[in-house]
Ligand binder design. Sequence first.
Ligand code: AKG
Length: 250
Amino acid sequence: MSELAHTLARVRIDARPQWIRSVSPYTLIRRYWNASKADAARAELVALMRHECSERAEGGDTRTLGASRLARRRPRRYHLILEFADDPLLRRAAAQHLSLNNVTVDTLASVTRPGAASGGGWHVDQHERGLKAIMYLDDVDEFNGPFAVLFDYAGAPIAPLPGRLGRRFGDAAIARAVHRGARVVPLHAPRGSVILFETSSIHRGLPCARGTRHSLTNYYANTPGICRLGGGLGGGLGHRIGPASKTTVS
Ligand SMILES: O=C(O)CCC(=O)C(=O)O
């Protein structure tokens, strides 16, 4: 087993309810793909978004939903988008994290330009456990809209904004949490890096000041009709909630 496969086999990302989160909800794998492969994937993303419909999202970023489904229609042209969507190691890590024996995947293609912030403000994708894998297709620093994670919530719930299914959080509430000891951790990494992230944890794409950020995001979900491993929700998930689990592979 390669070192990377070994690391992914050990991936444990915390999935406790957001108000008690105090350990890492993410794993960063630096240079999962090398720079030239990431550049080729970026070119595929640009072509796909030019030829298929894209929309302006809440944060002002441009995105194409179902990029992997669109790519399957022209598998030779978009083989790297498909390679990322179908990546067996990431799928296995997702299945393990979600306590499933298989997962489905849907891939989002997105571009964040100056003035935009991928996904809008602070939010959770849903309240139930979930996993996404974001691959940066540009080198990401503090200027071009890094993905950012909130952690160490200091044991206190953060009140969501009214409506929006309780999934969105205002800047003032986050600032109060930071005052109490929570930390905002922006993830800067070279292109080709992958972030595996527990989507019930609070996060956002920070505003892009200059440059651009292209990325592919795989959303993993339950495969219909497949049983969960390890029994019901409580038992099945319980043994996977572990200590701080940030793993960085360089
Ligand atoms: O791409 C990012 O940095 C975050 C996007 C996000 O959180 C979302 O679309 O829900």
